[in-house]
Write a protein that binds this ligand. Structure first.
Ligand code: PRP
Length: 203
């Protein structure tokens, strides 16, 4: 069992979602996908690196016959906030005419999603949907909205379950949030820690 509190790269993080809560969210999303993709063989496009753990669990839980492809999108580098520039390494598989399901770990500012959608639309897929494990409040203003959101979370900096801080913490099975920043902490823009109501994960 991993601890309630951890330190990563000099910052303290507290457990925010347990692996059981994450599994319940993933199962609910998988059920929705099974219903919506009955008879369709989508191309599941995993946004690297952060979504690799979520996608592995989601695709196995959903059990939908699909093709799997990856796209690399990177904007955070080693920082806790977006650089404002998204680097995209395109997928190899042609997406023209495909039913594309984009799999994201988290939608924060929405910049990555906006850039990816622009890129993907130019490939002229037959359909394009987005599933995100987590979304922050700023994602509500996005057009279009992700089609499937596992959980809306407060504006916290989170790591684990594929998500990193400067490449640390991706391996963690639980999701951790940065603790209330102290004065002088470079992560000052992050707000205080909030506990998620676990009942929301068991719909
Ligand atoms: C993270 C995350 C999302 C994106 C969300 O990727 O995995 O893709 O940021 O942030 P946004 O909505 O503010 O654009 P990151 O750039 O950290 O790359 P990584 O997945 O390789 O960690």
């Amino acid at each position: 069992m991993h601890p309630e509190q951890i330190e990563l790269n000099g910052h303290r993080f507290r457990r925010f979602l347990t692996r059981q809560q994450i599994a319940a969210i993933v199962e609910r999303l998988a059920q929705q996908l099974r219903a919506d993709y009955a008879g369709i063989t989508p191309v599941c496009l995993i946004v690297l690196k952060g979504a690799f753990v979520f996608a592995a669990d989601l695709l196995r839980a959903a059990g939908i016959p699909c093709r799997v492809e990856t796209v690399r999108a990177r904007s955070y580098g080693t920082a806790m906030h977006s650089s404002g520039r998204v680097e995209i390494q395109p997928p190899e598989l042609p997406l023209a005419g495909a039913d594309v399901l984009l799999i994201e770990d988290i939608v924060d500012s929405g910049l990555t999603l906006r850039e990816l959608l622009g890129f993907l639309r130019r490939q002229q897929p037959a359909s394009l949907r987005i599933v995100a494990l987590l979304a922050k409040p700023s994602a509500r203003e996005l057009q279009p909205q992700p089609d499937y959101i596992g959980l809306e979370i407060p504006p916290l900096f989170v790591v684990g379950y594929g998500m990193d801080y400067a490449e640390h913490g991706r391996y963690l099975p639980d999701i951790y949030a940065l603790e209330e920043p102290e004065q002088g902490n470079p992560a000052r823009e992050r707000t205080s820690f909030a506990v998620v109501d676990p009942s929301r994960t068991a719909e």
